[in-house]
Design a protein around this ligand. Structure first.
Ligand SMILES: [Zn+2]
Length: 503
C-alpha cells in the first residue's frame, strides 16, 4: 500500500468518525419536519388568547389542553393513569395581618415596615426588646438575644441574608427588627423598591413548613427604631459604633413590643403535559424530550401590548416537541417506530424556577434509572446579535457534561444530517449567564441523566411582550428541530444505550 492511499484511508476514517452514514429511514421522517406545522401550532400557543401562559393561570390551562389534545389526536399513550396531565401542586405563602406595636403606636406591614417571613404567631405576642448594635460576634457576646425581639443595625439594601441576622437567629432570637437606613427618605425608597419582594409569595414544589418558621424579620425605619427602644437614633448609633457592652445596655430602660404575624399556604394547581410513544424493542429505556409551555403571563401595567406571548420562550421549543411527537408517531405507524420509548413532555412552572421539571424528576412516571437522556429545547426560533449573519446555528449546552458518548453522537449527527454551526459559548459551567442550570434539563442533569440543551441565545425581546411569532424564523427553527429529531432517532435506535461516564 502506498503512502498516498494510506493517507486516504486515514482521512476516510476521520471523516467517518465525524459523520456517520446516513440512515435512510431517519432521513425519510427527519426531512418531514414541517415549517408549516411548526407555524400552525405556534400561531395558537403564542396568540393573545393564551394570555401569556402564566403558571396556574387560565392561559396556561388552555395551552395544556391544546397540547394534550394534539397528543391525543396523534394517538400517543396518556401515561399518567390514562391522562396526559401530570398534576403539579405548587405552594406559596401568603401573609395576612402583620404588625408590630410599641407603646401606643402600631406599625403595619407594607405601610410602616416590611415583613419577611412565613410564620404564624397565633395571635399577638409580647416580646422583650434587646439592642444588639451592628450585630458583630462580640456584640452578641455582650447581650442575650434568646427569646427576645432583637433590634439591629445592618448596612446595605440586601439585608435579608446578612451575617448579623443569621447569627441572631442561631442564638435564638424570637424576632428581628432591622434598621438599614439612616433617614425616613432612605427608608421610604427602600420600602418602595423591596415591597414587591416582601409581599410576593414565591412558588415552590415543596409545601412550606409552617410549624417551625424562621424568626420573623421586620425592616423598620429610624423613627420606629427610636420608638421601640425608647432611645434617640444618635445614641443608638453611638452605642453600636462603640461596640455593645453589657454595662452600657444595663443603663437602657427595658421595653417590649407586641407582634402579630399571620400567614397561610396557598396552593397553585398546574400540570405537566406528557405523551408517550412505546418503543418496539428496548421499551423500558426512555428518552425524554422536553420544552416548557408556560411563560410569564400579562404585564400588570404599562403602555400598549401587555401580553407576553412567549413565541420564542418557549413556544418554539413546545411546538418542536409536538412536531417530533408527530413524526415519531408517523414512523411507528409505518413500522419504523423507535426501539426505545420516547416521552414527549411539555413542562409547566419553568418561569417560576424550573418547578414542573423538578416535580417530574421527584415524581417520575418512568423510573429515572431507565431514563436514557433528556433533550431540552428552550428558545430555538430566533437568533442573537452574535449571529446576525448566521441563519444556521444553535447553542449546544451540556452535551459533554455527563456523557462523552452523547457529545460525540451530537456532533456526528449534526455533521451527517443538519450541518448547523454548533456554538458552545454557553457550555462553560462558569459562564456568567449560567445557562447550564437555567432550564429544565438541569433537573435531569442533577440526577446524573445525560442531557443536551438547545438554545438560540438572548435577544432584546426576552421576557417582553415583543417576543412575538412575527419574529420567529421558521426555516431556522426547522433546522434545529431536525437536529433534535435525528439525535433522538439515533439515541432511540442505536444498540448501545447512552450512559453517563462522568460526574
Ligand atoms: Zn424559557
Amino acid at each position: 500500500m502506498k503512502l498516498g492511499s494510506k493517507l486516504l484511508v486515514v482521512l476516510c476514517l476521520i471523516s467517518y468518525a465525524l459523520s456517520a452514514q446516513v440512515n435512510e429511514k431517519a432521513k425519510k421522517y427527519g426531512e418531514q419536519v414541517s415549517e408549516a406545522a411548526l407555524r400552525d401550532n405556534l400561531s395558537i400557543l403564542a396568540s393573545d388568547a393564551m394570555e401569556g401562559r402564566e403558571t396556574g393561570k387560565r392561559g396556561q390551562k388552555m395551552a395544556a389542553a391544546f397540547i394534550a389534545n394534539y397528543f391525543d389526536e396523534l394517538g400517543l399513550k396518556a401515561p399518567v393513569n390514562g391522562s396526559y396531565y401530570q398534576p403539579v401542586n405548587l405552594y406559596s405563602v401568603k401573609s395576612g395581618e402583620v404588625y408590630v406595636k410599641a407603646g401606643d403606636s402600631q406599625y403595619k406591614n407594607l405601610d410602616d415596615l416590611l415583613y419577611f417571613g412565613s410564620g404564624n404567631t397565633n395571635g399577638e405576642v409580647t416580646q422583650s426588646v434587646v439592642f444588639a448594635g451592628n450585630g458583630s460576634e462580640t456584640d452578641f457576646e455582650q447581650v442575650d438575644v434568646k427569646d427576645k425581639a432583637v433590634v439591629l443595625f445592618v448596612e446595605g439594601m440586601r439585608v435579608t441574608n446578612s451575617k448579623a441576622i443569621t447569627m441572631a437567629r442561631e442564638k435564638g432570637a424570637s424576632s428581628l427588627l432591622v434598621c438599614n437606613t439612616k433617614t425616613q427618605e432612605d427608608f421610604d425608597n427602600f420600602k418602595s423598591n423591596a415591597r414587591g419582594f416582601a409581599s410576593g409569595g414565591r412558588l415552590s414544589v415543596k409545601k412550606p413548613d409552617m410549624s417551625s418558621p424562621d424568626a420573623p424579620l421586620f425592616i423598620i425605619s429610624p423613627a420606629m427604631t427610636e420608638k421601640i427602644t425608647g432611645q434617640s437614633f444618635e445614641k443608638l448609633t453611638a452605642l453600636a459604633d462603640a461596640g455593645i457592652t453589657a454595662k452600657a445596655m444595663k443603663k437602657i430602660k427595658p421595653t417590649t413590643v407586641q407582634i402579630k404575624t399571620t400567614a397561610e399556604v396557598q396552593t397553585v394547581k398546574t400540570e405537566n403535559v406528557l405523551g408517550y410513544l412505546e418503543g418496539t424493542d428496548k421499551k423500558d429505556e426512555v428518552i425524554v424530550v422536553t420544552a416548557h409551555y408556560d411563560h410569564i403571563g400579562v404585564r400588570a401595567s404599562g403602555e400598549g401590548d401587555l401580553i407576553n406571548n412567549g413565541a420564542d420562550d418557549d413556544g418554539s421549543g413546545t411546538v418542536a416537541v409536538m412536531e417530533l411527537a408527530r413524526l415519531f408517531t408517523k414512523a411507528k405507524q409505518e413500522d419504523n417506530g423507535p426501539k426505545r420509548s420516547i416521552l414527549f413532555m411539555t413542562v409547566t412552572g419553568e418561569e417560576k424556577g424550573l418547578l414542573g421539571s423538578a416535580y417530574y424528576t421527584e415524581n417520575p412516571i418512568y423510573p429515572l434509572a431507565n431514563t436514557v437522556v433528556n433533550l431540552n429545547m428552550d428558545m430555538i426560533g430566533r437568533r442573537d446579535k452574535e449571529h446576525a449573519d448566521n441563519n444556521s446555528f444553535v447553542y449546544v449546552v451540556g452535551s459533554d457534561k455527563l456523557s462523552t458518548d452523547l457529545h460525540t453522537l451530537c456532533e456526528s449527527i449534526n455533521s451527517t444530517y443538519t450541518k448547523l454551526d454548533l456554538d458552545y459559548t454557553y457550555n462553560d459551567e462558569n459562564h456568567p449567564s449560567n445557562i447550564y442550570r437555567r432550564s429544565d434539563h438541569w433537573n435531569f442533569a442533577k440526577n446524573n441523566i445525560p442531557i443536551i440543551f438547545y438554545f438560540d441565545g438572548i435577544h432584546d425581546d426576552y421576557h417582553r411582550p415583543s417576543d412575538e411569532i412575527e419574529k420567529i424564523e421558521f426555516d431556522h427553527m426547522a433546522k434545529r428541530t431536525k437536529l433534535v429529531f435525528y439525535t433522538a432517532w439515533e439515541i432511540a435506535n442505536r444498540d448501545q444505550r447512552i450512559t453517563s461516564d462522568k460526574k
